[in-house]
Ligand binder design. Structure first.
Ligand code: CS2
Length: 497
């Protein structure tokens, strides 16, 4: 990222020079930490950090965030140099608004100082741990929920050296917390996983059950002291670019190397199960509930499912951003049919919500011309995303005796994307933790569309048995893939019935 550092840097010393509406809602550096967050990406800064700052501003409490970057050092350095301050710009066609967020009490780098992170997790002042670490960091088989440790996690479970993976950090942190008798804690997944609370619980229980070098009573301590409330998180936050930093500089008059840009919209639904207390997030607009499941299915299947559809079809058609892809003739009509004919019939939405209305709002958000969300960004990690975004929709429709025509189109678009070439012949990157097995399957069987479908349907880590074994779904996906390969995205959409 080429960035010019001209103006002075964001930091406590320049806050008084900022326009009043751009200043933090709390006095930075004065709120003791009560939350640890794992995963310092743009999404956390524009979502949970913003909600938590507003909650502290409205309801008080020692809920400052200690933000932990698992691997990357760049942000830790940028934030440290900026007294833990960063800005969030809300962008829309109507204009932009930039504000500095003062929710961070400090930042840590897990890879270089894992012991500091373990100590934080064992600190009695910390009662909430939130996570945005992406689907793959959980190392759970998306179909079965079983822990599938890579070599780094296997070494973390064996112990003998400080942990380096997210499950390893949680495991050793909880063991240290139990040993210190530091009180109960809520672990809150804010990743786009189905039943993310239950998944995280499964991860923790499996890690504790398999770990070497932990006290015998840890399983019971975790059962009695750790909760994993489920959540639905939503805000479209593209990766930060040089343009993000330039526009923050124009708004603030100082340089912010940790700046984030996001759409104005945000939503957070949280199951209210916090044994050690929590920030007053409801004062910041979050919905506290007993069951986030219906909200989560609504969001994963409608917003994320449609996002993936636009991403794969858009990338194949050579469109760089989601908003540009939405301009492909007939795509919006096809997406409306995906929502109305497939997604809406696959689950029961939250009371009072109509899936097609929610879907219209989603399409309007995707069309926000000020948000440059790259199709290739959404297209990453398809193996981790497809199950909850599309395959569960297909499985539920089929179980109800319905067809899943438009869901099958999304699977075919992903498959054609994985084959590696756009409609104009340009190469497409397959960034996916399962890229190796996907490529190997396609190399062995991709001579015909039916062969390619058979090859990927055999990947049990991605396709649940009930979808893979369904001949009608197989035929639909093969039909779409044949059309996409022969005619390209635009002609396929034009002829879509
Ligand atoms: C996107 C999500 O990159 C992706 O996979 O679908 O990050 C999406 O922008 C968020 O879930 C919106 O809340």
């Amino acid at each position: 990222m080429a960035v010019t550092v001209g103006a002075s840097r964001l930091g406590l010393g320049v806050l008084r020079r900022l326009p009043a509406e751009a200043r933090p809602l709390v006095r930075p550096g004065t709120v003791p930490a009560g939350v640890v967050h794992l995963g310092l990406g743009a999404f956390h800064r524009a979502h949970q950090a913003v909600y938590t700052e507003a909650a502290i501003g409205a309801a008080g409490g020692d809920w400052g965030i200690m933000a932990v970057a698992p691997r990357s050092t760049a942000l830790v350095e940028a934030l440290t140099a900026q007294d833990n301050l960063f800005s969030v710009s809300s962008l829309s066609a109507a204009g932009s608004a930039t504000r500095v967020v003062g929710a961070f009490s400090g930042v840590r780098h897990a890879a270089s100082d894992p012991d500091a992170v373990v100590a934080l997790l064992a600190d009695p002042a910390v009662r909430v741990v939130t996570l945005t670490v992406t689907e793959k960091a959980y190392q759970l088989d998306p179909v079965t929920g079983q822990l599938c440790p890579d070599s780094a996690l296997a070494a973390d479970l064996a112990g003998g050296r400080p942990p380096i993976t997210v499950p390893g950090l949680l495991l050793r942190g909880l063991a240290a917390r139990a040993a210190a008798d530091a009180g109960p804690v809520a672990l809150v997944s804010c990743d786009n996983l189905p039943a993310n609370g239950r998944r995280l619980r499964g991860l923790v229980d499996q890690a504790v059950g398999r770990a070497a070098g932990v006290p015998a009573g840890l399983v019971d301590w975790v059962a009695g002291n750790v909760t994993c409330p489920g959540t639905m998180v939503d805000r479209i936050v593209p990766a930060t670019t040089a343009e993000t930093i330039d526009s923050a500089r124009r708004a603030l008059g100082v340089t912010d190397l940790a700046a984030v840009a996001a759409e104005p919209y945000a939503q957070w639904v949280i199951e209210d199960d916090f044994p050690g207390g929590r920030p007053g997030w409801e004062h910041a607009g979050a919905v506290l509930t007993g069951d986030a499941g219906p909200w989560e299915r609504l969001k994963l299947r409608t917003l994320n499912g449609v996002h993936s559809a636009v991403a794969y079809l858009g990338a194949l058609a050579g469109r760089e951003t989601v908003a540009e892809a939405l301009e492909i003739p007939h795509l919006a009509d096809v997406l409306r049919r995906l929502i109305a004919e497939d997604v809406a019939h696959s689950f029961t939405p939250p009371d009072g919500v109509r899936v097609v209305d929610y879907g219209e709002q989603v399409l309007a958000r995707f069309g926000n011309p000020a948000i440059h969300y790259r199709t290739l960004q959404v297209a990453t990690d398809g193996s981790q995303k497809l199950p909850q975004r599309v395959l569960h929709t297909i499985a539920d429709l089929r179980a109800a005796g319905r067809s899943a025509r438009w869901g099958a189109l999304v699977v075919a678009a992903w498959l054609r994307f994985a084959l590696g070439y756009a409609d104009d012949g340009r190469g497409l990157p397959l960034q996916d933790p399962l890229a190796g097995p996907i490529r190997a399957a396609l190399d062995a069987g991709a001579q015909t569309p039916a062969g390619a479908v058979d090859a990927v349907f055999a990947l049990r880590e991605i396709f649940p048995a009930e979808v893979a074994g369904d001949d009608e779904v197989r035929a639909e996906v093969t039909g779409w893939l044949t059309a996409l390969a022969r005619h390209g995205v635009e002609a396929t959409l034009a002829g879509a019935r």
